[in-house]
Design a binder for this molecule. Structure first.
Ligand code: SAH
Length: 349
């Protein structure tokens, strides 16, 4: 049987485990601190070997390791490739801003959503990540980067491979673990979750008391166009999304972010911008425009600068809060799922 993962456990669960093994309670605190620092059993120097041997019979400490690191020469963004204990590869991106360091984490290996522009969905869903595997990405990057001067990861976006709300329970547990004051203690206000728009789950998240900044991958101003690039649009209409985010806003008080990836000749006309302004009218929201990153297998081109700024001007004129997001790390396969695929393809050849 595959071993369980210690980083899947909350502090209380770890205490119960230690208690069950007949060990004193303070060992749970020691173990928890080591785990959050990215240590494996052999590095846990203040723990008795017999105890660690017993633990390691049934548990892995860290379920994930950094397998590759690619630094952008343009903007210092670092793309990480991680290896999971079953050999699967996932990826993440660390972006350094003046206000802190944002890590983009993956929530699934692959993705079921199969959006027409995205590399992650090309192989379908391979499996969900556990809470500890999502947390492990933050732990591993901190272990590599945090120094006395640099606080390590301060902000998290669930925007890597996978659809977070399609892995609901593990993602919720991750949100609890990562913001635990005794653990990594990342402020709940500094966490964003990006979804293609699973409306029932958006409402459930608010009902369950989670409050990440809700980011919706909209990418189209009407249902017909959205259906042609995002299969999920056949299940939930834009109207459903608007209702769900209104509900989320009422419950959490947090402004909604819409992501709009701009595809040349598809969703970037002035008419699209006018329709989009109509969709978001009256919502407490902000729109991020992102020129699409080119994915070879998908063959769609990003909009040029002129179209992006023309689109933005129409929205601004309608009073919509909008920015063009810098496309970071485009020289290192920055977009969702691109790096993992490239490495797998190279290894196959
Ligand atoms: N499944 C979630 C989160 C993962 S994708 C979601 O759909 O939001 C993170 C963001 O990257 C989404 O907005 C997604 O639409 C976008 N994205 C995916 N491939 C892209 C590409 N090639 N260029 C630009 N944005 C892309």
């Amino acid at each position: 049987m595959a071993k369980s993962l210690l980083t899947d456990l909350s502090f209380e669960e770890l205490e119960n485990l230690i208690d069950g093994l007949g060990e004193p309670k303070f060992r749970a605190k020691q173990l928890w601190q080591w785990l959050n620092k990215g240590a494996d059993f052999e590095q846990m120097s203040n723990m008795p070997k017999v105890f660690l041997d017993k633990l390691s019979q049934n548990y892995n400490a860290q379920g994930i390791e950094i397998y590759g690191e690619f630094k952008s020469r343009k903007d210092g963004t670092i793309k990480y490739l991680y290896k999971l204990s079953d050999g699967n590869l996932i990826e993440g991106v660390l972006m350094k801003y003046k206000y802190g360091n944002t890590l983009c984490v993956s929530t699934q290996v692959g993705c079921r959503m199969n959006c027409a522009f995205c590399a992650s969905g090309l192989d379908g869903l391979i499996r969900n990540l556990t809470a500890g595997e999502i947390l492990g990405q933050v732990i591993a990057v901190n272990a590599r980067n945090a120094t006395e001067k640099d606080r390590g990861v301060t902000n998290i976006v669930l925007m890597g491979s996978g659809e977070p709300l399609d892995n609901y329970a593990n993602v919720c547990k991750f949100l609890t673990l990562v913001s635990d004051e005794k653990g990594l203690n990342i402020s709940k206000r500094n966490i964003s979750l990006s979804t293609c728009g699973l409306c029932d789950k958006i409402k459930q998240l608010a009902d369950d008391g989670f409050t990440p900044t809700m980011t919706i991958s909209l990418h189209a101003p009407n249902d017909e166009m959205r259906k042609s690039i995002m299969p999920i649009a056949k299940k939930y209409s834009i109207d459903d999304i608007v209702k769900a985010v209104k509900y989320y806003f009422e419950k959490t008080g947090r402004r909604i972010i819409f992501e709009y990836s701009m595809i040349s000749g598809k969703n970037d006309s002035e008419e699209c911008a006018r329709q989009l302004a109509g969709v978001v009218k009256g919502l407490a929201c902000h729109i991020n425009l992102i020129p699409l990153n080119y994915v070879k297998e998908r063959g769609l081109d990003g909009s040029n600068k002129k179209s992006v700024y023309r689109f933005m001007a129409v929205l601004e004129k309608q009073g919509v809060s909008v920015t063009v997001r810098r496309s970071m790390g485009s020289d290192i396969d920055g977009a969702c799922g691109q790096l993992r695929r490239k490495v797998i393809n190279n290894e196959d050849n």
